[in-house]
Design a protein around this ligand. Structure first.
Ligand code: AMP
Ligand code: MN
Ligand code: MN
Ligand code: MN
Length: 286
């Protein structure tokens, strides 16, 4: 079991715990290093860092950036970033304004199919500045449009379904650039979730490495054993550092808990070796 969990969400995006409660829960679950990576918003980082010393955990400020690459939505996690860096702040602001328009458009499209009030319903469930499809899914479950969130995604919120609006997110190079300018490390999140062919995934990772991306989330709460093996080969081939993250969203998904992740395969170099080497140098150890 790994004590690093470098991908989690708070209610600043589509998680259900406050940043401080998320950090306390991670510490109780014996996570040693937790990254907060809310979708397109770093506003929770300050609150997450505050309780960390008392509960004995390190918090890595991060974010999960939405990217459109060859008409596919890809998520890029930025780790150890400075939330106040101007290019990142402006970039995230732009993604949030697209999100706002998209949320209204999802509402209009669902209304045209006879489901009124979805925008207002999703907005009422959002505690931060962003409205995600997760908020719509929870609202539609409450309206009995489907039996659970997964069912709603399948019938309303994915490609070619009534409430689906194609993303117009950041470019890959642009998102990696914002993360790097903020002093952070860019990591492709849950690479097995995009259902890309092996060839297309190779193209993505080639371009990602070319524009300064450094890591691949080899171990993810949404990866099978086979996914981990496949992503291990990709990380080695493209010389990417390996990350591990649960993608935790809150206690209502009891099958997924913070920090319950398999260890990274030993052939890989962990992404945290970057900042641990810095810390050791600062202590005069290495
Ligand atoms: P958005 O960034 O607003 O398009 O929403 C993406 C989020 O929706 C992801 O981060 C997941 O939390 C959630 N999500 C996507 N697909 C599914 C699914 N099939 N079932 C449950 N949640 C999903
Ligand atoms: Mn999410
Ligand atoms: Mn994601
Ligand atoms: Mn995530």
């Amino acid at each position: 079991m790994s004590c690093y969990d470098l991908h989690s969400h708070s209610w600043v995006s589509d998680g259900t715990l406050s940043p401080a409660d998320l950090v306390r829960r991670a510490a109780a679950a014996r996570v040693a290093v937790l990254a907060l990576a809310d979708h397109d918003d770093t506003a929770g980082c300050e609150e997450a860092l505050r309780p960390a010393p008392q509960v004995g955990i390190s918090v890595v400020p991060g974010g999960e950036l939405s990217v459109t690459w060859q008409a596919t939505t890809i998520h890029v996690v930025g780790l150890q970033l400075d939330p106040s860096a101007p290019a990142l702040a402006a970039g995230l602001e732009r993604l949030r304004s697209f999100r706002q328009w998209r949320a209204e458009e999802i509402g209009r499209r669902l209304a045209a199919r006879g489901i009124d009030g979805a925008y207002e319903g999703a907005q009422a469930l959002a505690r931060g500045r962003i409205i995600s499809r997760t908020h719509f899914a929870h609202y539609l479950v409450s309206r009995h449009c489907g039996k659970d969130v997964r069912d709603i995604f399948k019938h309303y919120l994915t490609h070619n379904k009534p409430g689906y609006v194609p993303g117009r997110w950041a470019g890959l190079e642009e998102a990696v650039g914002w993360i790097r300018e903020a002093g952070g490390v860019a990591v492709v999140a849950h690479p097995a979730r995009y259902n890309l062919t092996a060839g297309k995934l190779r193209r993505l990772l080639g371009e990602f490495a070319e524009c300064g991306g450094a890591g691949l989330e080899v171990v993810s709460g949404s990866h099978s054993r086979q996914d981990v093996d496949a992503m291990t080969s990709h990380a080695l081939k493209f010389d990417l550092l390996a990350s591990a993250g649960s993608d935790y969203h809150g206690p209502e998904n009891p099958w997924l808990e913070l920090g319950r992740l398999p260890a990274l395969p030993e052939v890989l170099t962990p992404v945290w070796s970057l900042w641990e080497a810095d810390a050791a140098r600062n202590r005069g150890v290495a």
